[in-house]
Ligand binder design. Structure first.
Ligand SMILES: [Zn+2]
Ligand SMILES: [Zn+2]
Length: 561
């Protein structure tokens, strides 16, 4: 009797690649190779097509983002045989502790093995107990404890930019394979939250049960978690939960408002509309119709957080939120002078192509050796070089700047006479994250007291889903910035988004100007500005609050403290 082999789901294929990356990392194999396996695993988790089917149809696997020839071979082997020779070999050479660690893709195997050795423990279960007992923090410090905590949490959250790719894939699948008439992403994604816990869609379909059945085949196989007549939850391979709700054309507007949330917004809203307005059969074809019916102007999704948006919509004085077309330049950009991958001329040309009037070149300063920081002599040369470029009239003004390291004692990483030659500075913390709250706050105060300080770069140092920021009294930093005519940035790098919307809201309320900057390290990264704009809009910023919405002369005026 033939036992038919069950095709592997994308999750199962990705798990094997991730596991291989973990075992290679424990062996100190080539870090680029390890990274490549991790990247391929992640991109497979986000695919709607079944990788197994792609292999069977002999289609080109290298069309998948992050999959080159070698990894394509590995994927083919996994799909056809259920496993991978190299993975099996490494597993056979590893102890059971390491095999268990290799199944937790977010733990650093070498770091965890060191903990095992020191504490004489042998399993993830023991590791969790040691963490909960505070032992790991006491012996290895707060950062290691943080790493273990993040690695052990079964996170279902993903970053906004990852949700963006996933949204396109799911939307396309719903239209192409599930034949929905209409689909719209809602909830946290639509409100542009920086971390998404659940990816939600509303769909119009005559046959919801058929849709639920078809969705179960997304990416080869996607487990259904729960379903009712009108809604269903699935466990997507990317780790995030997928929610799909059906709506009719007549009730689309009210369904959309309800699904978009937030809870706090809906609570305030129902204070005006009454809860009956949200009944499932309430007829509102559009959101606009709903808001207008109750005397409110339309509220942008990014504002629906239950701050003051409902009152302001009632009074007709909602802010006109900043948009991508309002941006006139980028004030935080790296070049090959430090750790960027494009030259100053290439970065300037790319900025001009975006229609910008100016771009500030902010390479790292000499203390940041790991990022190829620019020496004093080289920065003097770069200043003269940029002067020459500007004289050639390249159609964009290149601003002379640097991302100046704020040293542990709060001094800036270049002498004042050099800093004075720059058009402005972005000043950032890249070291000594472990200082206490008071010391860290004082460190930034001292930096801001230097007249050459202009913009505080990535103010809290957070990395989303990886590490919280350093300790900081942000309210006092905001008022110190106000007194000293310093500005903040919203760093658009999708895993930073720092300032957060909440902090940007406070800074704006205090009258401190905010730059929306990309921190681009290549020409491609200019486009991440949209994620910074998302957060600025969530903070309720109008273009008048944003430094790089100003024309050049006004900008220079503000940057001359
Ligand atoms: Zn930085
Ligand atoms: Zn930077």
């Amino acid at each position: 009797m033939d036992v038919e082999k069950r095709p592997l789901s994308n999750t199962e294929i990705a798990d094997r690649l991730a596991s291989l990356a973990q075992l290679l990392s424990a062996q100190k194999d080539n870090p680029y190779k390890i990274k490549a396996y991790r990247r391929a695993a992640n991109s497979i988790r986000a695919l709607s097509d079944s990788v197994h089917e792609v292999v069977e149809s002999d289609a080109d696997l290298t069309a998948i983002a992050g999959v080159g020839k070698a990894i394509a071979g590995a994927i083919r082997e996994i799909a056809l045989t259920g496993t991978l020779g190299q993975l099996e070999q490494l597993r056979s050479q590893s102890g059971s502790e390491l095999i268990e660690i290799s199944e937790c893709p977010r733990l650093d195997p070498r770091r965890v093995l060191r903990i095992y050795k020191k504490l004489a423990i042998f399993s993830i279960d023991d590791l969790r107990k040691a963490l909960e007992a505070g032992e790991i923090e006491r012996i290895f410090g707060a950062r290691t404890a943080q790493h273990v905590r993040q690695g052990l949490i079964e996170t279902h959250a993903i970053l906004l930019y990852k949700a963006h790719d996933l949204r396109s894939a799911v939307e396309e699948y719903l239209l192409r394979k599930c034949h929905v008439d209409r689909v719209e992403a809602t909830d946290a994604y639509r409100r542009r939250m920086e971390v998404i816990g659940e990816l939600a869609f509303i769909v119009g379909t005559p046959d919801f049960p058929a849709l639920v059945h078809q969705m179960g085949r997304y990416g080869g196989q996607t487990p259904l978690l729960s379903s009712t007549e009108k809604s269903a939850h699935f466990a997507l391979s990317a780790g995030v939960v997928l929610r799909i709700e059906a709506s009719t054309k007549e009730t689309w507007g009210v369904t959309s408002i309800r699904c978009t949330g937030s809870e706090a917004h809906l609570r305030k809203l129902s204070g005006i509309t009454g809860v009956r307005a949200f009944r499932a059969n309430a007829v509102f074809e559009t959101e606009m119709a709903f808001y207008n019916r109750f005397g409110l102007s339309y509220i942008e999704p990014e504002l629906r957080e239950g701050h003051d948006e409902v009152e302001r919509a009632l009074n007709g004085n909602l802010p006109v939120l900043v948009a991508e077309t309002d941006i006139r330049g980028d004030l935080h950009v790296h070049s090959t002078s430090s750790d960027g991958s494009n030259s100053i001329e290439q970065m300037a040309a790319a900025a001009r192509k975006r229609g910008y009037e100016y771009v500030g070149i902010t390479d790292h300063t000499h203390s940041l050796k790991i990022a190829g920081g620019v020496t004093v002599d080289d920065l003097w040369k770069q200043i003269r070089f940029i002067d020459r470029l500007n004289n050639q009239d390249s159609g964009i003004r290149i601003l002379k700047s640097a991302e100046v390291d704020i040293l542990a004692d709060g001094t800036l990483d270049y002498p004042d006479d050099l800093l004075r030659e720059l058009d402005y500075t972005v000043c950032s913390i890249h070291s000594r994250f472990g200082l206490g709250k008071e010391q860290q706050t004082e460190r930034i105060f001292r930096a801001m007291d230097n007249r050459n300080f202009n913009i505080l770069g990535h103010a809290t140092g957070r990395l989303l889903l990886k590490r919280p920021g350093y300790e900081l009294d942000i309210d006092r930093v905001i008022s110190h910035a106000k007194q000293n005519r310093c500005c903040f940035e919203i760093n658009s790098s999708p895993d930073r988004l720092d300032l957060s919307a909440e902090n940007a809201r406070s800074a704006n309320a205090a009258g401190v100007k905010i730059a929306i900057s990309t921190d681009a390290h290549s020409v491609r990264e200019f486009q991440t500005i949209r994620y910074g704009i998302d957060q600025a809009r969530r903070a309720g910023l109008e273009k008048s609050a944003v430094l790089n919405c100003l024309p050049l002369p006004a900008l220079i005026g503000i940057l001359n403290r």
